[in-house]
Design a protein. Structure first.
Length: 155
């Protein structure tokens, strides 16, 4: 079975990292994706969707994220959908949907900043290493296409 999400959008705020006594850390940020379309009346519209992205890892592997993942930057995220629920008080259950971009299935790339083409840029692949990606991304050329026809049959 497959649980894979690919997002290309802008950060809604600066990323934050929380450290836990277990030695693990969690980075998180929100991002927005949008699509433009015309209504049947010919009116231009935009539909925006907000996504919560989380990344789990060892404390020292996530410390660079708040320095690089700043509000307004265009980011590319690969991860998986995770649903969670908690009940802060009896009878009041709350549900959340997160995109988990943790190793080994996650990929994080800063594609460009909102205001500066010469800003610092970084990539985190599944192994957590960093490199410098291209200044701008050509979705057709730089992001690989997944051919779902090559998947094995579900038994």
């Amino acid at each position: 079975m497959i649980n894979k999400v690919i997002l290309l959008g802008r950060l809604g705020g600066d990323a934050e990292v929380s450290h836990y006594d277990s030695g693990r850390s969690q980075a998180k940020f929100s991002m927005v994706t949008s699509r433009r379309f015309k209504t049947k009346d010919g009116e231009d519209r935009e539909d925006s969707q907000w996504h919560n992205v989380i990344i789990w890892g060892n404390a020292d592997r996530l410390d660079y994220i708040p320095e690089v993942f700043k509000k307004g930057k265009m980011v590319y995220v690969e991860g998986m959908v995770k649903y969670r629920a908690y009940e802060p008080e009896p009878g009041n259950k709350r549900y959340f949907t997160d995109i988990d971009a943790s190793w080994p299935h996650g990929v994080l790339k800063v594609v460009s900043s909102q205001n500066s083409e010469n800003s610092m840029q970084s990539t985190q692949n599944a192994g957590g290493s960093t490199s410098t990606p291209p200044q701008e991304i050509d979705v057709e050329k730089d992001i690989p296409t997944v051919d779902f026809g090559d998947l094995p049959p579900v038994e």
